[in-house]
Design a protein around this ligand. Structure first.
Ligand SMILES: NC(=O)c1ccc[n+]([C@@H]2O[C@H](COP(=O)([O-])OP(=O)(O)OC[C@H]3O[C@@H](n4cnc5c(N)ncnc54)[C@H](O)[C@@H]3O)[C@@H](O)[C@H]2O)c1
Length: 254
């Protein structure tokens, strides 16, 4: 039996229209799962994600909503379960990044970061966990970052780093709370990955520098989050919960 095989499973992926969420949605489909792809309404990359899932021979369902609005997550999750049946795997990758000096950061910028990257991820876990706990099984995978564990010199994003540190802690606390009830909760901490988030002109110089600082001397490619995501979502990781898995070319080992 191949315990990495996701055939017959169904996954709900937030942020599926771009970058790492898209790469994970495709990787889970290649491993055999049908995928409910959740992103902001009209997110352009959703068509590309569904097309790649179809090439993998699996079903894709495109769902629009906003992680800051728990009712929209709940409505989408219910639609996914009506279309596919019980959701076994949830991946929470929706998020934003921007920069700003801490001493002058406007309140609105700080609060928006909290609202999407931390609060939105918690509302997602709550909707997903409630359904999974009722059935006594499920796997949730949250998107953290190496920036939740270390500050990067020259990268002024105290608000982003704070959300990612909180996602790591939230993941471990949820894992402990739900461990005896069949629901595993883990997170991924990517390093510098070549996604649209890192194509912003404001970080272009930093991205070159940080690729140089990475022991592997390059940025990660989006598909390189796929294998770790499949592993933690699969029965191969049945005794893994509360794990923060670094995918960083060795960045946190120096
Ligand atoms: N790219 C990296 O180097 C990197 C490294 C570590 C962690 N991450 C994390 O990975 C996750 C994905 O990043 P990415 O690089 O793929 O970014 P991305 O910008 O390519 O994709 C993010 C997706 O989230 C969606 N999204 C944003 N706000 C949303 C909302 N309120 N409701 C629903 N969907 C929303 C966007 O529409 C987009 O499709 C983020 O949580 C990010 O912090 C990225």
């Amino acid at each position: 039996m191949n315990r990495f095989d996701l055939s017959g499973k169904r996954a709900f992926v937030t942020g599926a229209g771009s970058g790492l969420g898209q790469a994970i949605a495709i990787a889970l489909a290649e491993a055999g799962a049908d995928i409910a792809c959740f992103d902001l309404p009209g997110a352009q990359g959703q068509g590309e994600t569904s097309a790649a899932i179809a090439v993998a021979g699996r079903e894709a369902l495109v769902l629009g909503g906003d992680v800051t609005d728990p009712a929209s997550i709940e409505a989408a999750f219910d639609r996914a379960e009506r279309a596919f049946g019980d959701i076994d795997i949830a991946v929470n990758s929706a998020g934003i990044a921007n920069v700003g000096a801490a001493e002058t950061m406007p309140q609105a910028q700080f609060l928006r970061m909290m609202d999407i990257n931390l609060n939105g991820l918690f509302w997602s876990c709550q909707v997903e966990g409630r359904r999974m706990l009722a059935r006594g099984r499920g796997a949730i995978l949250n998107m953290a970052s190496i920036c939740g564990s270390t500050a990067i010199p020259g990268l002024e994003q105290v608000h982003y780093d704070a959300t990612k540190a909180a996602v790591i802690r939230l993941t471990k606390s949820l894992a402990a709370e739900w461990a005896g009830r069949g629901v595993r909760v883990n997170c991924l901490s990517p390093g510098f990955m070549a996604t649209p988030m890192n194509s912003r002109p404001e970080v272009a110089e930093n991205v070159r520098t940080f690729a140089g600082m990475t022991p592997m001397k390059r940025m990660g490619l989006p598909h390189e989050v796929g294998g770790p995501a499949v592993f933690l979502s699969s029965d191969a990781a049945s005794y893994c919960t509360g794990v923060d898995l670094n995918i960083d070319g060795g960045f946190l080992s120096i």
